[in-house]
Design a protein around this ligand. Structure first.
Ligand code: FEO
Length: 397
């Protein structure tokens, strides 16, 4: 564990979180984090010393060391739990050993979830959208944000500093010794933000649109967004808000993603010919062989694509199993406004394309062409048919 030390991000507001350089899988195995992550917690020094969010249990010692650089943790009177998932609340019991009388602010669902995670006798105060508390010089306004990322989630907004603390929203799984966006590569941060949105928040896109519109209508001035993972947006916080709206609306670019797997390369030949057809229509196209690709990267590309083409050779009357994993992920993430199609080779029995089409339909993807199936090895004529298949889909995008 490495202690970065407390960092003042606004007057009297300190980052006191922890960097997890080593984590490579988040949410169990489903989210790959090759660049690690951070658990951001924020300490506000005021008449009421307040901690906003905590950290994962394994890192609570680091957080406490950071707090001790600024103040004795026993002086904390308010703890705000914006989100109960253990990466943000795991250190709660240890923290409360230092400040057993602290008042704990959370949403109604947050109180329920806290009760199911931590069994001590704590002093909870339930807050809802519009509630404000005074810390002395600073005022905190609460905004419930259910499903960003759990039903309990909420944002805290420090009015005097125009600082939004939205927990998971606008976060990225990215570890760095520098905590501000402008101290890092902005493009890299935005890409990690996109991956985070695609792989965690995509199912909640309609709620995200409503929540952002609600915040805009509140007329809140936002100078800085300090999420609970990754870098703090201080150079252009509006840019990540604009991107969230764009991703959530899922209008899609003239872009297609082909995801395939292949046994003896016949389906691969089909995929490459279909890719050529799409490209001939000016469609930006990405090709992924699922068994050698990172599913999170594929999903990230699906986020702003208009079409998803999924292909597999048939084995045992169905698709190659790696494809089933990808499709299960995709179905859970509920991508909106996507066109789709399926294709693949077969030998003596079919099955892959029909099962893929079934999954795509269950995902809500609109099938725009009948599945294309070729027996054993594609001929030159078959490959021309594949090219035309891609071209026809390209015209629809
Ligand atoms: Fe970063 Fe939903 O927890």
């Amino acid at each position: 564990m490495i202690v970065l030390g407390a960092v003042e991000i606004k007057k009297g507001v300190y980052w006191v979180g922890a960097i997890d350089w080593d984590i490579r899988h988040f949410h169990g195995p489903s989210y790959h984090t090759p660049k690690g992550t951070t658990y951001n917690a924020y300490l506000i020094i005021d008449e009421k010393v307040t901690l906003v969010d905590i950290v994962d249990a394994d890192f609570v010692g680091v957080m406490l060391e950071n707090i001790k650089e600024i103040i004795d943790p026993s002086k904390i009177e308010y703890v705000i739990v914006n989100h109960v998932e253990p990466d943000h609340s795991g250190g709660f019991p240890k923290l409360m050993e230092y400040a057993p009388n602290a008042k704990v602010f959370c949403s109604k669902n947050g109180k329920d979830a806290m009760g199911h995670h931590y069994f001590g006798d704590y002093s909870y105060e339930v807050v809802k959208t519009g509630d404000v508390i005074s810390l002395g010089k600073n005022t905190i306004r609460f905004i419930e944000a259910p499903m960003l990322h759990w039903p309990d989630s909420m944002f805290s907004y420090i009015e005097e500093e125009s600082l939004l603390l939205p927990n998971d929203a606008f976060g990225q799984h990215l570890a760095s010794s520098k905590i501000f966006d402008d101290e890092n590569d902005l493009w890299e941060i935005m890409m990690e933000g996109k991956k985070y949105f695609a792989n965690i928040l995509m199912p909640f896109s309609p709620l995200i649109i409503k929540k952002i519109e609600e915040i805009v209508n509140m007329g809140l001035k936002i100078d800085m967004i300090a999420p609970s993972h990754g870098m703090i947006w201080r150079s252009h916080p509006e840019k990540i808000i604009e991107k969230y709206m764009e991703w959530a609306r899922a209008e899609g670019e003239r872009k297609a993603v082909i995801v395939y797997d292949t046994m003896w390369n016949s389906t691969e030949k089909m995929a490459r010919a279909i890719l050529d057809g799409l490209v001939s229509e000016g469609v930006a196209t990405r090709l992924y062989r699922v068994s050698i690709s990172d599913v999170n990267d594929i999903i990230t590309d699906v986020l702003d694509a208009k079409a998803v083409l999924v292909a597999s050779s048939t084995i045992n009357n169905t698709m190659i199993p790696n494809m089933a994993y990808f499709l299960e992920e995709l179905m859970g993430l509920k991508p909106k406004n996507k066109l789709g199609a399926s294709f693949g080779s077969y030998g003596w029995g079919k099955g892959a394309v029909a099962n893929i089409e079934k999954k795509l339909k269950e995902t809500g993807i609109q099938l725009v062409k009948e599945g294309l199936q070729i027996k054993y090895v594609p001929t030159e004529e078959d490959l021309k048919m594949c090219y035309d298949y891609g071209k026809e889909i390209g015209k629809l995008i």
